[in-house]
Design a protein around this ligand. Sequence first.
Ligand SMILES: [Mn+2]
Length: 352
Amino acid sequence: MMKLLHAADLHLDTPFSDTPELKQALLSVPGQLARLCRAEGCQAVLLSGDLFDGPWSRESVQTLKDAMEDMAVPVFVSPGNHDHLGAGSPYTGTRWPGNVHIFESPTVTAVEVERLGLKVYGAGYHGIDCPPLLEGFRAEGDALYHVAVLHGDPGQVGSPYCPVTAVQVRESALDYLALGHIHKGGHFRAGQTLCAWPGCAMGRGWDETGEKGALIVTLDGPAQIRTVTLEGPRFHALRTVVEGDPVAALERVLPPVPNGDYYRIELTGETERPDLVALRQVFRGFAHLELVDRTTVPVDLWGSAGEDTLEGTYFQILRSAMEHAGTEERKTLELAARISRQILEGREVELP
Ligand SMILES: [Mn+2]
């Protein structure tokens, strides 16, 4: 059986201008991958590009090299759009450990690890975009296992980032296609081939929420993947409806035990304005808690109903109609009253 570790989109040296404390966390990712590789007994490692975010530091390059050496198995890298092989690339300008193979050709080439019966195909970006490299590609030869490592976009046909289609995947005759580029993990099967992308290795902001990590791939018959979450901060963008007690509303979405994750919580609903300062105090155990107040002040719908004014008569008519209406019609009448009230009070009209 063949066991592989697949990771991508580390984006080392991400600037983190708002959250500088995350620099060190991100720098721990290569070491975590090395420990995972050893603990799982992986026989090779596939790194599908964007290992660096852009301008790279010596410290990050050295950290990655040390981790790769520590993996002590063949490591294959396919540079992506963020870490392409153009001028100043860390891949061509510096020496890498002997077990590392960087796919430097802009077209697909292959390397065979004969003692493993493994043939690995790959290519590297030479600029910020890349043509569809798998168009017309087909794995060939008598190796036991055929895998490819690429930075490619499985989502859009016209993508400038090596678009990958289900037809290409089916025709590839690969056992496994290790992609990078899309930061939220995913996979699909086409023909005998499993195409998967792990997503980014660590969440770096509000657009990279939830658990992040790497994939353990087993090739023994049809390829199988298992996601392993890495240590590091997680971003959670959540929303809660306040009905009365805002503390209860937050307790519904926050875990019972505070942690160091990043939470951005939108408070919604029709309620008295929540006191954000007091709420932050209640939940001070959460190191990174951002509260966004999107609640609206309650509307006194029927306040003037029955008064001897045009407004009072109007609301009285709506209220009387509601008494004889069915459930759906009641909802419509209440909505009419609500919109009318919002207009009368000069508020923004909120449609459901
Ligand atoms: Mn990326």
